[in-house]
Design a protein around this ligand. Structure first.
Ligand code: ATP
Length: 727
């Protein structure tokens, strides 16, 4: 499975003015292809956000150029049996339909007709080259998902039922019951069908765009190649997604809000799936929305191309940032190292403010969560319900490649912005070593946030930061640094506890030089810790936690097991492993029994005995340090005290200590027996039960230590420990 995420900036439309264009394509270096989208910060024009993609297509890119670069190369793969899925994602009016469907003129035709044209051409060539031995059939289905309901676009709208077409599982696949499929002979055939069915597509007016598409339109092109008995089937899916705009800026009515909630939910799941595919996760949450479920997204070997459509206009500013953010998450894995960079410019640009005569599209209310994926309240709710801990945007922050920010330029960054940046920096990844050094997130960048956050003049509270507060700050920062390290190694950022972030926000703005110094010292300490493997272990643990949080139990188990050698004998960690194993049906009962001992669910004191008694020869490698701390494995030579006990038990006279021990045992008093070393609750209870079976206190009396050690469940080691414990 592979994902490619590209951005396409549409040209200015007739009434749009050049001076209102704020989105531009850029490259990491001269001579390199365009891979960066740059957009100013809505809060501070002096700052510019950079989002990196696999490829960026600027305003002048023609339909032909886009198709040749992004889709045509995969037609071959389609005929080799791979599934190809192409999405157009973006805000209403950014050119999704133009990209996928295009105009009527030949040059304006979009991805879909070009794809079909290529498919028919290649199909014919294959048939010809095989002298007719191989036949190629092309069949289409075309449907839309509107308000989470599936409607067949090849059928007339009056045949629709309000609930849409049902889904069923068949042979492990999700099928849309009753969805029609039409075979297509050639391009003309296709165009006729496609034009007809597009008329059926649900469109509804929103304030943003009178022809706004409020449904996802999915065209599936099934290619069947038959050679004798051999049948090869593959599917190309082209999806024109519904607009991803923020409801709060569209003044939608109730009906539109319901539509938007459904759209946002499915787009959210889509972005999660794309992310998961790109990370190479085993678990893709494709079942969580109808669209991804029907597409079985990420379930087969295949190629997914996501085209992010962008309007260059200022009036789309916040929505553009939102969708850049979503798509960059998807892209992050492909271009791992330099996504979502925030570039601090040297000096504020003398650009116009956010207003302007051409700002027609949205009132630019400053939204605190400008970087959220879907900022609509309903979407947030849906997202909360589905994924309680949606990963935070992974903004890497680095200094402008031309020069590092000077003190003065740093000072231009507002505290609010830096708080936002700080939140994200904990998820920063390492730079791609292949990138020039100047473009890499510099180490300087991370601590700089705190410097940036420092008010120009020290606030009075700054002086009142107590040692405890500094400690708390340092703690938090360490957690952030560790999380950041983990994020560098892991594909997905760890969501740091929201509460902690909220708490720290006001304080972090007051970070003093002292804190800064201590943070640096701590960083160094963590670096040094790394040498003894502990921080590596912590990093793996964090990865495990991330996997667990995204519901990937298999992955979590793998990481926990990997972390175990760094923390041999760690009871909690082993407990986690066993619980996960139990959940995944992988429990080894014998190991579980051992863990009961280790967890204190069984007698901890008796661990030696349990190790050698219960597990000896039971298939557990007791020399495996993952399971047993070395200390416990080394059978110690009996101490002089132990030897004394042996003598005492076997042949020596009854000492006061022996008497005392036997008295406790013979008292049959549970709490007294439990107070003995080596006697946990269960062992004590077993002993009392056994003694009670033996008759009254006189007849059932234990007369010697040798007799005591013969009792079931007691053993010589227990007796030794109990004896030693009685000082
Ligand atoms: N690359 C382009 N070249 C020329 N015109 C374009 C381009 N992209 C978009 N347009 C024009 O911009 C307008 C909006 O595009 P389009 O309808 O494709 O947006 P959309 O994202 O599909 O919107 P919706 O979500 O409402 O369907 C249309 O008039 C379209 O012709």
């Amino acid at each position: 499975m592979s994902v490619r995420v590209v951005a396409r900036i549409r040209p200015l439309l007739e009434k749009e003015l050049d001076r209102d264009a704020i989105v531009r394509a850029d490259r990491v270096d001269d001579g390199k292809p365009l891979t960066i989208v740059k957009i100013p910060s809505p809060k501070n024009e002096a700052e510019e956000f950079s989002f990196t993609f696999n490829s960026v297509y600027e305003q002048t890119t023609s339909q032909e150029e886009l198709f040749s670069a992004e889709v045509a190369p995969h037609v071959k793969a389609l005929f080799q049996g791979l599934d190809v899925t192409i999405f157009a994602y973006g805000v209403t009016g950014t050119g999704k339909t133009h990209t996928m469907r295009g105009g009527m003129k030949l040059a304006e035709r979009g991805v879909i007709p070009r794809l079909l044209s290529n498919v028919f051409r290649r199909g014919k060539k294959i048939a010809k080259d095989s002298d007719g031995e191989t036949t190629v059939q092309v069949a289409l289905s075309y449907y839309e998902i509107y308000n989470d309901k599936v409607f067949d676009l090849l059928e007339s709208p009056d045949k629709r039922t309000p609930s849409g077409l049902p889904l069923r599982e068949k042979d492990g696949k999700t099928i849309v019951v009753g969805l029609s499929e039409r075979s297509c002979e050639d391009l003309k055939d296709f165009e006729k069908l496609y034009i007809e069915s597009n008329n059926n597509r649900m469109t509804a007016a929103t304030k943003l765009n009178a022809h706004s598409s409020r449904s996802h339109a999915i065209l599936r092109v099934k290619v069947t190649q038959t050679t004798g008995d051999m049948v090869k089937e593959s599917t190309a899916s082209a999806i024109d997604l519904a607009g991803s705009e923020d409801n709060r800026r569209t003044e939608n009515g109730k009906e539109r809000l319901i539509e938007s909630a459904a759209i946002n939910k499915s787009l959210f799941v889509l972005s999660q799936c794309i992310d998961a595919i790109a990370r190479g996760d085993k678990r893709i949450p494709y079942r969580e929305s109808k669209m991804t479920r029907i597409l079985s997204l990420g379930q087969n070997n295949g190629i997914t191309i996501m085209i992010l459509n962008l309007a260059p206009m200022r009036s789309y500013h916040l929505d553009t940032l939102s969708s850049l953010n979503v798509s960059s998450r998807a892209k992050r894995i492909e271009v791992r190292e330099i996504e979502n960079e925030v570039v601090f410019k040297q000096a504020p640009r003398a650009t116009a403010g956010l207003g302007g005569p051409n700002v027609r599209r949205q009132p630019l209310r400053p939204l605190a969560n400008a970087h959220n994926v879907h900022t609509g309240a309903l979407a947030a709710k849906a997202a909360d319900a589905k994924v309680a801990d949606k990963p935070i945007k992974a903004f890497s922050v680095y200094t402008d490649k031309a020069s590092k920010p000077t003190a003065s330029s740093r000072a231009t960054v507002s505290a609010a912005n830096t708080a936002q940046l700080r939140r994200s920096d904990s998820h920063k990844r390492q730079s791609d070593p292949s990138e020039s050094l100047s473009t890499r997130p510099t180490k300087l960048a991370r601590p700089t946030h705190t410097t940036l956050a420092r008010p120009a003049a020290p606030a009075p509270q700054q002086l009142s930061i107590s040692a405890a507060e500094i400690e708390a700050l340092v703690e938090k920062k360490v957690a952030e640094i560790l999380a950041s390290r983990a994020a560098e190694a892991a594909p997905v950022p760890v969501p740091a506890p929201a509460a902690a972030k909220e708490d720290s926000a006001p304080l972090q703005n007051q970070i003093s030089d002292e804190v800064q110094r201590r943070l640096e010292a701590l960083e160094r300490r963590i670096e040094n810790d790394g040498q003894d493997g502990r921080s590596e272990g912590l990093r793996i643990l964090l990865q495990a936690r991330q996997a667990k949080e995204r519901g990937d139990d298999e992955g979590a188990l793998r990481y926990y097991e990997l972390a175990l050698p760094f923390f041999p004998g760690q009871v909690k960690l082993m407990g986690k492993i066993e619980r996960l194993k139990a959940k995944l049906g992988k429990t080894d009962r014998k190991k579980e029994r051992f863990l009961q001992v280790r967890d204190g669910r069984e007698d901890k004191e008796n661990v030696h005995e349990s190790v050698y008694g219960a597990f000896d020869g039971a298939g557990i490698d007791i020399n495996d340090p993952r399971w047993f701390p070395v200390k416990l494995l080394q059978k110690k030579a009996p101490s002089s005290k132990t030897r004394k006990v042996h003598v005492d038990m076997e042949e020596g006279p009854t000492t006061p200590r022996t008497k005392k021990l036997l008295n406790v045992v013979n008292s049959r008093d549970l709490s007294l027996i439990r107070s003995l070393h080596g006697f946990g609750a269960k062992k004590a209870q077993d002993l009392v039960d056994h003694l009670n079976l033996g008759g009254d206190e006189e007849s059932g009396r234990v007369a010697s230590l040798a007799q005591l050690k013969m009792l079931p469940g007691v053993g010589s080691r227990t007796v030794e420990r109990a004896y030693e414990g009685l000082v």
